[in-house]
Structure formats: C-alpha cells, structure tokens
Design a binder for this molecule. Structure first.
Ligand SMILES: N[C@@H](CCC(=O)N[C@@H](CS)C(=O)NCC(=O)O)C(=O)O
Length: 234
C-alpha cells in the first residue's frame, strides 16, 4: 500500500497551484498539506525531510514518484518533459522573477529590485513570444495540439496567472500583444473549472490587496509597509 498521495503546497505559489488544479481536475485522491512560505514553513526541519531543496510544491507517494503523474504514452511524456524543461528556464524564470521584483518580494522577505525586474521582463517577453509563435502555433488552441490540460501547460498557465497581481498598466503592456496566449489562458480556465478558480482565489484576494495598497499610496503619497502579513490571511 502506497497510502494517499500527499501534495505539499502553498496556494500563493504558482507551481503549487498547477499541481493542485491537475490533481483536482483528474480526480486524484490526495491530501493537500499547506506549507506557508510567508511564515517560512518551507525552511522547517520537517519540510527539509520532505524536500531538501526547500521549495514547493513537493509530492510524496510512498517514496517520491512523479512518473505516474505523466501520461503513459512515451512520446507524449517526452514532449511534456521538453515543454517543462523549456518552461522552467524561460517562462518561469522570467515571470516569477518579474513578479517577485515588482510586487511579491516583500511578502517573502525579499527587497524589490527594479534592475532585476527589468532583466526578468526581457526573459518574460522573449518567452511569451516563443509561446505565442512556437508552442501555440499548431491549431492555436491547446498546447501540443492536445485537448487535455497536461501538467506542462497547467504549469505555464499558472505561471502567467500570477501576473494578475501586477499593476494594471504592467499587466496589459506585457500580456496584451499575445492574443493566442490570452485565449489559451481562457481555454484552460474553462476546461479545468471550477478547480481553476477555486485554487486561484487566494491570488485574486492578493490582487485586491495590492490594488488597495497602490491606491492608498497614490492618494496619500505614503509608502506601503513592506509586509503583506501571512499569505493565508489574504
Ligand atoms: N521549478 C520549480 C520551482 C519551485 C519554486 O521555486 N517554488 C517556490 C514557490 S513558487 C518556493 O518554494 N520558494 C521558496 C523560497 O522562496 O525560498 C517548480 O516549478 O516546481
């Protein structure tokens, strides 16, 4: 007996959201174990036992075993791996660093850096262009021409969804030129609902909080305090 699959996740983390939506959408019987990054739970000795890299998400099923989450067809599995490889060093690299350096950093104890944000934006824009013109270039509908949301494309869509917390101007400057990408996000939302919206609720609450913070700064000219408080309260 392997026992129930355990997913260690923080819903404020985009790869965590991708895995949670994937498991819910596929009707996988799993237990979600919350790891609150804003409270440094990922740095605890207990979590280090689960994932020595101290990152979420992490999956435990008896012993670590990710392979059965992937499709059994070898060619399709290889394609998904190649998309994930590209995603981690391109789209994730650009989007996560942009969001951390413009909005989210202080909530996890990191300072904002306009210079790092500018560098991340270049990676993000070049990744979006490749996504639009290469990955989504088939029928322009679903990635790799497949109509089932794979973990690869949920990961990428969740990566892009985190841009919701940006200032409206930045959000539209970055995303609006990429029509296929925008359509793909909508298609994924529709295909995986209600799970998609449920898992993104925490992000929508954070978005509202950041909007209020920005309008207070605009009205009063005072800087926001550098803390968002615990994510779980957003
Ligand atoms: N490439 C990994 C990235 C994992 C990752 O960076 N997770 C972040 C949250 S989104 C984390 O755990 N950060 C911990 C930290 O900031 O120290 C994946 O996609 O799962």
């Amino acid at each position: 007996m392997m026992g129930k699959l355990k997913v260690y996740a923080d819903q404020m983390s985009q790869p965590s959201r991708a895995v949670l939506i994937f498991c819910r959408f596929n009707g996988i019987d799993f237990e979600e174990i919350k790891v609150d990054i804003s409270k440094r739970h990922h740095l605890s000795p207990e979590f280090r036992e689960i994932n020595p890299l101290q990152k979420v998400p992490a999956i435990v099923h008896g012993s670590f075993n990710l392979s059965e989450r992937y499709p059994s067809n070898l060619f399709r599995r290889a394609k998904i791996n190649s998309v994930m490889d590209w995603h981690h060093s391109n789209l994730q690299h650009g989007a996560a660093n942009y969001v951390i350096n413009t909005v989210l950093g202080p909530a996890t104890g990191r300072p904002l850096s306009p210079k790092a944000a500018a560098e991340a934006e270049k990676v993000l824009l070049s990744s979006l262009s490749k996504l639009e013109n290469i990955w989504l270039n088939g029928d322009g509908h679903f990635l790799l021409g497949v109509s089932q949301p794979s973990i690869a494309y949920l990961s990428m869509v969740c990566e892009l969804m985190q841009l919701e917390v940006l200032d409206e101007k930045d959000h539209s400057r970055i995303l609006s030129p990429y029509k296929k990408v925008l359509q793909w996000i909508e298609d994924t939302r529709t295909a995986t609902n209600p799970h998609f919206e449920e898992v993104h609720n925490i992000l929508y609450r954070a978005k509202k909080k950041f909007e209020q913070q920005r309008s207070r700064v605009a009205e009063t000219g005072t800087e926001p305090s550098n803390k968002m408080g615990g994510h779980s309260k957003m």
